[in-house]
Write a protein that binds this ligand. Structure first.
Ligand code: HEC
Ligand code: HEC
Length: 412
């Protein structure tokens, strides 16, 4: 690890350039480094290449040429050239690919990562929502996706690690489903390539929903007569394992959060954030350099880093290593989004950090020392005021309105 910098140019990330390009309201002067691609992670797939090139493409919206990276420099940008009166700032745009989906300010309406073999339709979203909330998909009828990814709890369970059927505990914390379609890969270790694949996993995980195989799930759904017409409407065919995955993934693609006070601030509504939050933002993109990893509209580079979380356990979770078999991925986990972060404590893949204050302390000391610590982790020497500014900035990332989704009436 550490020699990636030799291979590739440093990409420049124009802060929130998506918003700036679409609304043409704000001119950002100053560019922010985005973490370079990890050349060592296995399977340099098309998807990642596209993700990275879209980061570059977005930054190309900026007129200024990329400047050499200076990690310690505080970026200089100003809100200027406000062409749209603030009062008319739209809080969402319609998705280009699925025009019935409202994409909140701050996310890119052109990129919900909808696969060509699963176009997003209202029928699939409606069916997927039912399946998502239906405990009959689990072996003993006690657990649904919403048990662990509960809309009332920031689409998590707010537990350090999740409990599945028969109250069995897993080893990892449930990530939020919010904006999960913007992630290049799914799970803390990225072992699922798509939301479609991901959705099929928990159904047959012995600890989560406990089915022996997908056959038993499809048979159980088929046996609920009024589900069948919903599958016919959405897929023009019956209940299959693939269709269950596609429907749930379609629903998840509509669970989006943005239009936070930060998004409105960067779109020109300068009163949307207070002084402490603005200072926190400058630290996040500057001195504290959180955006090395929490980059782009969803505040994640969709890559894997070792911060030393849980590495002092007798048998630490190996994280990304299990998937990539690359030594430098030992103890590395996917960078999570920090949108709606106030709703999803406790934090980290093992739920070991109880508060945002504790998370900032962790970064301030340069992470937890261990052999595979990410080289981007270094002590930050933040003052108490700076620490609280950073926390306040993260709180300004709460979505508004927060996606309000209530359990639907289920077929009988
Ligand atoms: C028993 C609790 C539990 C249940 C039930 C459950 N999940 Fe999860 N989910 C988790 C945990 C824990 C993880 C992280 C596991 C890992 O990374 O290895 C996860 C990961 C995910 C992710 C990845 C998010 C990301 O950013 O990587 C998505 C999406 C997801 N689950 C959706 C679902 C769906 C859809 C269902 C229902 C079919 C479901 N989950 C059922 C606990 C659960
Ligand atoms: C080297 C890349 C990197 C940098 C730099 C970084 N983060 Fe993270 N962040 C991560 C990863 C990876 C995780 C998950 C780690 C784990 O669970 O093992 C994470 C987790 C978090 C979480 C918990 C999210 C959750 O849902 O559990 C918060 C909050 C957070 N980071 C905020 C920050 C702040 C604030 C900074 C700057 C002071 C920062 N990060 C800098 C990569 C990074």
């Amino acid at each position: 690890m550490g020699d990636w910098a030799k291979h590739i140019p440093q990409f420049q990330w124009a802060r929130n350039s998506a918003v700036e390009c679409h609304l043409h309201t704000v001119e950002a002067t100053g560019s922010i480094p985005v973490a370079p691609t990890n050349l060592h992670s296995n399977g340099e797939n098309m998807k990642r290449a596209l993700f990275v090139s879209s980061l570059i493409a977005l930054s190309a919206c900026q007129t200024s040429a990329p400047q050499p990276t200076n990690w310690s420099a505080t970026p200089k940008y100003k809100i200027a050239d406000l062409k749209t009166p603030v009062a008319t700032l739209p809080s969402f745009k319609m998705s280009i690919e699925a025009p019935f989906v409202k994409v909140p300010l701050g996310l890119d309406p052109e990129n919900l990562n909808i696969p060509t073999n699963n176009p997003l339709t209202p029928e699939k979203v409606e069916l997927g929502k039912m399946l998502y909330f239906d405990t009959r998909l689990s072996a003993d009828g006690s657990v649904s996706c919403a048990t662990c990814h509960n809309p009332e709890k920031g689409w998590t369970d707010q537990l350090p690690v999740s409990s599945g059927i028969r109250a069995q505990k897993g080893g990892r914390s449930a990530p939020t489903v919010i904006n999960s379609t913007l992630m290049v890969e799914q799970f803390w270790d990225g072992r699922a390539a798509t939301l479609e694949d991901q959705a099929l996993g928990p159904l047959v995980n012995p600890i989560e929903m406990g089915n022996p195989n997908h056959e038993t799930v499809t048979q159980r759904v088929q046996a609920i007569p009024s589900y069948v017409p919903y599958f016919q409407k959405a897929f023009h065919e019956g209940v299959t394992k693939q269709n269950i995955g596609k429907a749930i993934a379609s629903f998840e693609r509509t669970v989006l959060s943005g239009n936070s006070r930060y998004d409105r601030y960067t779109a020109g509504e300068t009163s949307a954030m207070n002084t402490s939050e603005v200072n926190g933002m400058n630290l996040f993109f500057g001195k504290a350099n959180c955006t090395r990893c929490h980059a782009g509209p969803n505040f994640s580079d969709s890559m894997y880093h070792n911060l030393g979380i849980g590495m002092d356990k007798p048998t630490p979770d190996q994280g990304r290593f299990v998937v990539s078999k690359q030594e430098q991925d030992i103890g590395a986990f996917k960078t999570p989004t920090i949108r709606d972060i106030t709703k999803t404590a406790p934090y980290m893949h093992d739920g070991s950090e109880a508060t945002l204050e504790a998370v900032v302390e962790l970064y301030d000391r340069g992470g937890n020392k261990n052999t595979h610590l990410d080289p981007r982790m270094e002590p930050l020497n933040l003052s108490p005021q700076e620490k609280s500014d950073l926390v306040n900035f993260m709180k300004a990332l709460d979505g508004n309105p927060y996606p309000k989704i209530t359990p639907p009436k289920l077929p009988e």
